[in-house]
Design a protein around this ligand. Structure first.
Ligand SMILES: [Zn+2]
Length: 314
């Protein structure tokens, strides 16, 4: 028998919480690791203690994706208990790339924000490089089996929310760890990310996300455990709702562009007027994702003026 224990941590992102799962069976697994920093680490440690557990009781950590609220706790947990960590193969450049990769990513976001017509000095979230060494990292890919609480779970790559998103599916029972791929409590962003090192073109995350959602829709999933809310079962209805919301957002952008051609920042200010400062990036990323989709559907075209991209209706 497997026991799945949700451990709900405070988080500055997504509804103010992030859920780590302790899965106990013949072996013990942590699914995700929470935010970076001691506060989150000690909160997780104390929630484990309530269950009469410590980090040393676990065999490994499996990450649903590389966002900081899910992967940030890895280094402190490893310092305490040396657990191996499993993550999707596309995390490799960030895990192994050090400061060079950090700078490449920063430069990409700086250029992206400028092309949107926004000001990186105001709208780029300032980050400083902090060296973090992970040990004993194992990379997984589509179709691999990983053992969670001693049972095999199949890895399904579902890029979109991030490039490294995976589902972990118990094919016998349908139990699925979905990370942030589908969450009943919030409509998940598909974040703009840089191309892989050596590539010139960034992924189109909303297009990927929709393809991933449609693939997940066709799967027989049972009880699903997400990174930011309660377990749920109705994944098909939820996916249909999210796809419809994205279509509605495209229609809203179409309305905004009827007046004249606009850049991503201008569209963002009309669609998300409440976003200010560093969090404007979230809106820019969302709008750009929808514009990628509208461009692929031949509804808009991109025109470069100066170094800024404007979009016009076709
Ligand atoms: Zn998250």
């Amino acid at each position: 028998m497997q026991k799945i224990i949700p451990l709900t941590l405070d988080s500055p992102f997504s509804e103010g919480i992030v859920v780590v799962y302790a899965v106990l069976g013949e072996t013990a697994t942590l699914v995700d690791a929470g935010n970076p920093g001691e506060k989150s680490f000690y909160q997780l440690k104390s929630l484990l203690k309530d269950q009469k557990l410590s980090f040393k009781d676990f065999d490994h950590i499996i990450l649903t994706h590389m966002h900081t609220d899910h992967s940030g706790g890895v280094s402190l947990i490893q310092q305490e208990a040396g657990l191996p960590v499993y993550v999707h193969d596309l995390a490799r450049p960030v895990v192994t790339g050090g400061e060079t990769e950090f700078n490449r990513i920063n430069q990409f976001f700086n250029d992206f924000i400028m092309r949107c017509g926004a000001d990186p000095s105001v709208h780029q979230h300032a980050r400083r490089y902090k060296e973090e060494i992970w040990r004993d990292v194992h990379y997984v890919s589509e179709g691999d089996d990983v053992y969670i609480g001693g049972k095999p779970y199949m890895v399904v790559h579902v890029p979109g929310h991030s490039q490294t998103d995976i589902l972990l599916i118990d094919e016998q029972k349908g139990i699925t760890f979905v990370g942030d791929h589908i969450i009943p409590e919030l409509a998940v962003n598909a974040f703009i990310e840089p191309p892989l090192p050596g590539n010139n073109h960034r992924p189109a995350p909303l297009i990927q996300y929709r393809e991933s959602l449609i693939r997940s829709r066709g799967r027989q999933l049972g009880k699903c455990y997400s990174g930011h809310g309660k377990p749920f079962t109705q994944h098909i209805e939820l996916i249909d709702k999210r796809l419809a919301q994205q279509d509605a957002r495209c229609q809203q952008i179409e309305q905004v562009l009827k007046e004249r051609d606009k850049n991503v920042y201008e569209i963002c200010q009309e669609v998300y007027p409440h976003l200010k400062g560093g969090i404007v990036f979230l809106g820019l990323s969302q709008i750009q994702g929808h514009l990628d989709l509208m461009e692929a559907r031949n509804e808009v075209m991109k025109v470069e003026r100066g170094s800024i991209f404007y979009y016009k209706l076709i």
